[in-house]
Structures are given as C-alpha cells and as structure tokens.
Design a protein around this ligand. Structure first.
Ligand code: MN
Length: 211
C-alpha cells in the first residue's frame, strides 16, 4: 500500500493573508506531492512497503538518503497542514492541557513563543522548527535541518512532534521573500491549538482536555 498525499483540510486561500494561496498550491501540490511520490519510489520492492511512516522514521539510519529525505518530507508536511486552521491563532485556552504544559515547561506562552521563533529564525538554510514531547512528557523546542524530524534515530533530541513549522524558502518566499521572521510571526496567527493540545494528550495516556 503506497503512501498517499493527504488532501489539504481547508481551501488553498483559507490561511490568507498569513499564508497565500499560490504558496499553498505549489507547496502542497508540487513539493509535498513530490516527497510522497519519491518516498513510494524509494521503498518500492523493499521490506519497507506496508510499514507505517513512524516505523520507517524511527529506524531511518538504516535506510537510503532517499527514504530519509522523502519520508521526512511526507511526514513533516502532513503534520504541518493539520497544525494550522483559518480559525486558529491566539493562545491555547485554559481548558486545553497544552496551556498548562506550556506554562509548566516554558514559564509562559510568551516565553514559549520566543523560544520557538528563535529556533525557526536561527535554523540556517532549510529545515523545520518543532514543539515536541519527550519520553517524560515534557515539552521542548528544537529545530532540524532539511526534512529531518525528531522521530528519526539520526537527530540529537528524540521526541514526538506536536507542532512543526516549515522554514524552507519554498514555504514563504513568494509572499515574504527573505523576511523569514515575518513568516514565523504570521504562523502564530493560524496555529490550531485544539489540534496541538490533542496531540499532546495523545502522547500522554489517559489525558484529555477539559470540556
Ligand atoms: Mn515544505
């Protein structure tokens, strides 16, 4: 069973003015589609066919560069689209566990935002910034080069990513040119904290948001 490009969960122009429709069209339809097709080509006829993407990434040091780059590209963008929503932005609400966890592990939402923006802004060249949960259920921010991510056994900080920001130029150049910090700030206007909080809960057996 080959991996399939997931459909965008909203219209291409739904995140405007923060992320423009043309960027979404190319980013999803060309870049993410390309990673998906190349991942399928890289695993065709190997024993990786039929494995979950998480299993593949957890042992990616054993596989080819094509599996690492395109498996990462497939997974990372799938997480990225679903981390955003036209009704997103702002801060997590009091009933979301992620709010308590951010306050506990960063001190405040503003402190988290500053650390995340710094990780995104200082990643040299292409890569990603992440908010992750470690094996002790603690949150941490990190960044990775290229299409690597914290699920891979090749990165220094292991964790489960619950929020990711693509800082490749293809993610922002049409609208923001070289102004990556403006793009990073705009991302905060579309983060879907309900989804991020659910991912945090899913990494913590038994946890759920207050309703
Ligand atoms: Mn991308």
């Amino acid at each position: 069973m080959a991996f399939e490009l997931p459909a965008l969960p909203y219209a291409k122009d739904a995140l405007e003015p923060h992320i423009d429709a043309r960027t979404m069209e190319i980013h999803h339809g060309k870049h993410h589609n390309g990673y998906t097709n190349k991942l399928n080509a890289a695993i065709a006829g190997t024993d990786l066919e039929g494995k979950s993407i998480e299993d593949i990434l957890a042992n990616v040091s054993q596989y080819s560069g094509g599996v690492r780059n395109n498996g990462g590209g497939f997974y990372n963008h799938s997480l990225f689209w679903t981390s955003m929503s036209p009704s997103g932005g702002g801060e997590p609400t009091d009933r979301m566990n992620i709010k308590k966890a951010i306050d506990r592990d960063f001190g405040s939402f503003e402190a988290f935002k500053k650390e995340f923006a710094a990780a995104a802004g200082t990643r040299f060249g292409s890569g990603w910034a992440w908010l992750c949960v470690d094996s002790d259920d603690k949150l941490f921010v990190c960044s990775t080069p290229n299409q690597d991510n914290p699920l891979m056994d090749v990165v220094p900080e292991d964790g489960k990513p619950i929020l990711g920001l693509d800082v490749w130029e293809h993610a922002y150049y049409l609208n923001y040119q070289n102004r990556r910090p403006d793009y990073v700030q705009a991302f905060f206007n579309v983060i879907d904290w309900a989804v991020v909080s659910k991912r945090y809960n899913d990494a913590n057996p038994g946890a759920s948001d207050f309703s």
